[in-house]
Design a protein around this ligand. Structure first.
Ligand SMILES: NC(=O)C1=CN([C@@H]2O[C@H](COP(=O)(O)OP(=O)(O)OC[C@H]3O[C@@H](n4cnc5c(N)ncnc54)[C@H](O)[C@@H]3O)[C@@H](O)[C@H]2O)C=CC1
Ligand SMILES: O=C(O)[C@H]1O[C@H](OP(=O)(O)OP(=O)(O)OC[C@H]2O[C@@H](n3ccc(=O)[nH]c3=O)[C@H](O)[C@@H]2O)[C@H](O)[C@@H](O)[C@@H]1O
Length: 404
């Protein structure tokens, strides 16, 4: 099939490259001219395993090309993959989506996360929400756990589902409104789980229990499931925060009191402050205290800093006068109030505290004796549970772990 994709961000570029890999003829448009130029030269700025290879494969075979703009012609389907940031009152801002939909001539398929009821306002528009995780975008697209397609008639829905043919995932065909709600319902459920576990971690600290043991016992129950049970400095990223606010706004408009979702959001706001409070309890006032941050991205496996809880924690620390340096395997540029250094050892130089904010696996393998030589005070706060307690203790560090 001839597939058009509008938007070459995380979702659009992955969609375009993967559909080309599945044998379709794909053209991907973006308004960002420099992005399009780089992509046509095979340069992929996103840190996504396998994505550069698929883009190179598509460009090489002629099955994938990039153009500047929003309007595509001579395609069988146009996938809309532009951003939907938080707008007024928490609702998703549909400016970019509406702009693209106004220009599509043939069948349009919305992959962007849009408020429930959006597709129904546009005759013939199909909803096909995307569930990929950053850092696993290609893997999740090619081996999805499900494909959800909402359409006004079943034949149209089936035609869109068939585009994924080779992925053999379970397919849910439904109406557009339900498909749009599946997306928000899923992201918000993950947020509920994460806020629940972050509060459990806080409780563990007061009860002298160990969150790792607690979640190990929970995750063996299939009904609970194994994912989203690792506590951290709060959930972030470009989607969970905006999608929780958007569903809450939808519920408010419908006159529904979505108390569990509201609680998940307010619990999350409390997490960065909790990290800072715990550090202050240990070291006293933070003015002039040098802190070596390990990790800045919103989670491991991505270079994405959008809505990163690590940056929220850093902002509070900096507001209290702490001096911040950082190391992150995927971040090179300084951030406001944070000097970014090229290695963990350099971030440890002269530090009063080391603070782990992202669960990069390499943080489990750091040269602890070398770090211990560099710091001024051998104290580590680990909000992600990645630092091996035995090795840290052997090197002379005192380790404080969230939820333990
Ligand atoms: N990032 C993720 O992991 C996931 C995101 N989503 C949803 O997918 C949508 C897109 O998200 P991302 O890919 O992260 O966004 P992004 O911000 O990375 O990419 C959006 C792209 O669209 C382009 N664009 C904007 N307006 C345009 C227009 N009128 N014509 C052509 N191009 C235009 C931008 O230049 C940008 O390159 C959002 O609704 C998001 O909620 C859904 C699942 C996963
Ligand atoms: O709509 C979206 O954009 C996507 O949002 C999330 O994907 P993503 O934002 O890539 O991140 P997750 O891996 O879900 O993590 C979200 C946040 O929760 C945190 N988290 C996750 C898991 C966990 O056990 N503990 C934990 O603190 C992460 O550090 C991160 O800050 C969903 O997992 C995807 O299914 C969805 O498609």
């Amino acid at each position: 099939m001839r597939i058009g994709v509008v938007g070459a961000g995380y979702v659009g570029l992955t969609t375009a490259a993967c559909f080309a890999h599945l044998g379709h003829q794909v053209v991907c448009a973006d308004v960002d001219e420099s992005k399009v130029e780089a992509l046509n030269a095979g340069e992929v700025a996103l840190h996504e395993p396998g994505l550069s290879d698929l883009v190179a494969e598509g460009l090489g075979s002629g099955g994938l090309r990039f153009v500047t703009g929003s309007r595509l012609s001579d395609v069988d389907f146009t996938f809309v993959c532009v951003q939907t940031p938080t707008g007024a009152d928490g609702e998703a801002d549909l400016t970019a989506v509406e702009e693209v939909l106004d220009q599509v001539s043939g069948p349009a398929v919305v992959k962007s996360t849009v408020p429930v009821g959006t597709a129904a306002k546009h005759p013939g528009v199909v909803s096909n929400p995307e569930f990929l995780r950053e850092g696993h975008a290609v893997e999740d697209f090619l081996r999805p756990q499900r494909i959800v397609v909402g359409a006004q008639d079943e034949r149209q829905a089936r035609a869109v589902a068939d585009l994924y043919g080779a992925t053999r995932a379970p397919v849910v065909l439904t109406d557009t409104t339900s498909a749009e709600l599946v997306k928000y319902a899923s992201n918000c459920f993950l947020a509920l789980k994460l806020s629940y576990v972050n509060t459990l971690a806080e409780l563990c600290e007061h009860l002298d229990a160990d969150i790792d043991g607690v979640t190990e016992g929970m995750r063996l129950d299939n009904r609970i499931g194994a994912s989203c049970l690792a506590p951290g400095p709060g959930w972030g990223g470009s989607c969970l925060p905006k999608d929780t606010l958007a569903l809450l706004a939808t519920a408010r408009t419908a006159g529904i009191d979505f108390a569990t979702l509201e609680a998940a959001i307010s619990t999350n706001h409390h997490q960065p402050r909790r990290v800072v409070d715990r550090i202050r309890e240990e070291v006293g006032p933070l003015d002039g205290v040098r802190i070596g941050l390990l990790g800045l991205t919103f989670k491991a496996g991505t270079s994405d800093l959008r809505d990163s809880p690590a940056l929220v924690v850093a902002g509070i620390l900096s507001g209290e006068g702490a001096v911040l340096v950082a190391y992150d395997p995927c971040v090179e540029q300084d951030r406001p109030g944070i000097t970014v250094l090229p290695s963990a050892v350099e971030a440890a130089e002269g530090a009063d505290v080391l603070l782990v904010l992202t669960e990069w696996p390499e943080f489990a393998e750091l040269d602890w004796p070398e770090l211990a030589k560099r710091v001024r005070n051998p104290l580590i706060f680990d909000t992600r549970g990645v630092v091996p307690p035995g090795k840290a203790a052997e090197a002379g560090f005192r380790l404080v772990r969230t939820g333990r």
